[in-house]
Design a protein around this ligand. Sequence first.
Ligand SMILES: NC(=O)c1ccc[n+]([C@@H]2O[C@H](COP(=O)([O-])OP(=O)(O)OC[C@H]3O[C@@H](n4cnc5c(N)ncnc54)[C@H](OP(=O)(O)O)[C@@H]3O)[C@@H](O)[C@H]2O)c1
Length: 238
Amino acid sequence: MTKHLTNKVAYITGGSKGIGFGIAQTLLAAGMKVAISSRSPEAAEKAAKQLSADDNNILAIGSDVSSLVSESAAIKAVTDRFGQLDVLVANAGVGHFAPIETLSEADWKSTIDTNLTGVFNSVKASIEPLKQTKGYIITIASLAGTNFFANGAAYNASKFGLVGFSQAIMLDLRQHGIKVTTIMPGSVATYFNDHTPSDADAWKIQPEDIGQLVFDLLNMHPRTLPSKVEVRPAMPKS
Ligand SMILES: NC(=O)c1ccc[n+]([C@@H]2O[C@H](COP(=O)([O-])OP(=O)(O)OC[C@H]3O[C@@H](n4cnc5c(N)ncnc54)[C@H](OP(=O)(O)O)[C@@H]3O)[C@@H](O)[C@H]2O)c1
């Protein structure tokens, strides 16, 4: 990547709200063309309209990251529309929190299929176009990928797995000039796990702060790669 992001193309999975939406705002402001996805085409379309009035720089995609077929179609839609892919932000994720006795098989599968296999699918579908642009993959993991907690069996497993996956593919793909960074946020003010952001979330990281972090990574000198970034509220509530 160069310092000049104008007209570079990013695909952000789960960009209809929360962290993905914040990253989309930042990259659009930097002059990039941005595609966002959601499982709901209507939600993606609504968010795209909020993000930009200019159809030339925004694309809304309905895709479920848990399907490789769906993610392959999404990447094809991005390259058909914008001609290239420079940045994949594998952000889509869900949280199901329960003790192992009551954690359902459906919630376990949904968490792993979205947070871990979903990133595998988005990455697999992006590798060829990213080789052409010597692009960048950013995965959104979590501090739950290094700190475990009660009720976190599914979420911890998905994010610990994602951190390992991201670090391994970083070693594979830098051989091809593709950078990989995994961002591991603490609490961010989003809609995660049916939360509704409010003034009480002022102490948390805000989505646009993660957008700024992505922007800074994309502007890092080509010879340098921060491969794993932990980011947390500077002044935690308690
Ligand atoms: N909020 C935090 O404190 C925090 C901290 C650390 C890490 N994270 C991580 O940050 C990422 C984004 O979460 P968020 O906090 O921004 O949550 P959010 O506000 O709930 O947004 C999640 C986004 O992912 C999409 N999504 C969920 N499942 C999907 C799927 N199978 N296919 C495609 N899109 C899907 C959602 O859209 P639809 O529901 O319409 O599909 C939405 O756009 C997640 O990976 C999460 O684990 C969050």
